[in-house]
Ligand binder design. Structure first.
Ligand code: NAD
Ligand code: MG
Length: 393
């Protein structure tokens, strides 16, 4: 057996990070946890350091880092802090594989650094591709590392495209369309005229998946599916016109690929992120994930429905931003992050999330994204504008 992968998990204390550690813990011969990162959760970080004994733990918040340092002074783990340390650890020569599971724009710099260092990158942080799709995919091709999708839908498409290599046109493989399934989130059947009053707790109560708060709210507004349309476009090199979104409330069929001969291939599984995570960790081999098995005889009907675009305007905003190109998706992502945060803090109503994103997009010019600095500057500009719009509420 080959040497174990030396794994860095960016965002280890989050939902995807913890699911990754759950899979890794079952396969100590294949994966060594070399480094972990978190924002500020000290108690959980201490527990992870004791269990996995990483070489480094990056705690972004310096106060939390100091607390972690004294809590684990009996261990060999070195505690680093600050955002620059995320990038440094992503470039660390010992690291062979990186799980990119930080939420939001904060994930871009370390994930891109891992790509540029030629690591095997397991991409959960979809916001990286939304913000900087062209730069990101150019870097993947230029540095020749392997990029594997963790988002369950893109992972399902990847599994349904056995001959796909990044950069290769899907038309060469006879692909007509990619079908992106969406559960519809917690408000699929809720009348639109009651959505103005929904609370953060209601928006975070996803019917099928247990996820971090930001992506849960994104699922409720359908911005998550919008982000995934853009993620799909960049990852597989297709236009928005080749991506269809279909509501599938059971979250069993995780997305589909339609070929020109009329075949449609898909990946099915229970709604458990350990499945795509195990797939990407072991690719092209297979390992046990620990997830519940599907018994097709026990499945209720699988349904597929058309999405109500008027009820969920975020999806249309994402298709438009993708078509516009340049920095439009960067602005959209930044405005959405501010709007979701304000909604979680009860400073903004649920229906004001798409309204605010739309307002930011209409006010900012969509210049080209020339380099990482221009993306970061655009992200900051959109955040400033979005915060002003929140304060005006
Ligand atoms: P989460 O909120 O549960 O965890 C986020 C992680 O990022 C935590 O470890 C946190 O400490 C860290 N973090 C937060 N802000 C940070 C900052 N400013 N700097 C550095 N680290 C920071 O999020 P999650 O649900 O695990 O999602 C992570 C990513 O994976 C997101 O991009 C999400 O869209 C994507 N994703 C998640 C799921 C899921 O099932 N949770 C599914 C598909 C894709
Ligand atoms: Mg998804």
């Amino acid at each position: 057996m080959s040497a174990p992968q030396q794994l860095l998990i960016l965002g280890a204390t989050g939902s995807v990070g913890m699911s990754t550690l759950a899979v890794v813990a079952e396969h100590p011969d294949r994966y060594r946890v070399y480094a972990l990162t978190a924002y500020n959760r000290v108690e959980l970080a201490e527990q992870l350091c004791r269990q996995f004994q990483p070489q480094y733990f990056v705690m972004v918040d310096p106060v939390a880092a100091e607390r972690l340092r004294s809590a684990i002074s009996d261990l060999q783990t070195e505690v680093l802090s600050g955002t620059a340390a995320l990038v440094e650890v992503a470039r660390e020569p010992e690291v062979t594989m990186v799980m990119a599971a930080i939420v939001g724009a904060a994930g871009l710099a370390p994930t891109l650094a891992a790509v540029e260092a030629g690591k095997i990158v397991l991409l959960a942080n979809k916001e990286s591709l939304v913000m900087a799709g062209q730069l990101f995919m150019d870097a993947v091709v230029r540095h020749g590392g392997q990029l594997l999708p963790i988002d369950s839908e893109q992972n399902a498409m990847f599994q349904s495209l056995p001959n796909f290599r990044i950069g290769q046109p899907l038309t060469d493989l006879g692909v007509l369309r990619l079908w992106l399934t969406a559960s519809g989130g917690p408000f699929l059947d809720r009348p639109v005229d009651t959505l103005a009053q929904v609370t953060p707790a209601e928006a975070c109560a996803h019917p099928n998946w247990d996820m971090g708060k930001k992506i849960s709210v994104d699922s409720a507004t359908m911005m998550n599916k919008g982000l995934e349309v853009i993620e799909t476009a960049w990852f597989f090199g297709v236009g928005g016109d080749q991506i269809e979104v279909v509501i599938h409330p059971q979250s069993i069929v995780h997305s589909l690929v339609e070929y020109c001969d009329g075949s449609i291939l898909s990946q099915l599984g229970s709604a458990d992120m350990r499945i795509p995570i195990a797939h990407a960790l072991a690719w092209p081999e297979r390992i046990h994930s620990g997830a519940a098995r599907l018994d097709l005889r026990e499945l209720a009907d699988l349904q597929f429905q058309t999405i109500d675009n008027d009820k969920f305007p975020c999806l249309g905003l994402a298709y438009s931003a993708l078509a516009e190109g340049g920095l439009a998706a960067t602005y959209m992502n930044a405005a959405n992050e501010i709007a979701v945060q304000a909604f979680l803090e009860e400073k903004l109503g649920f229906l004001q999330i798409p309204a605010l994103v739309s307002e930011v997009l209409s006010q900012l010019p969509s210049n080209e994204a020339t380099d990482l600095d221009s993306v970061v500057a655009a992200d900051e500009e959109a955040r400033r504008l979005a915060r002003r719009l929140v304060d005006r509420q």
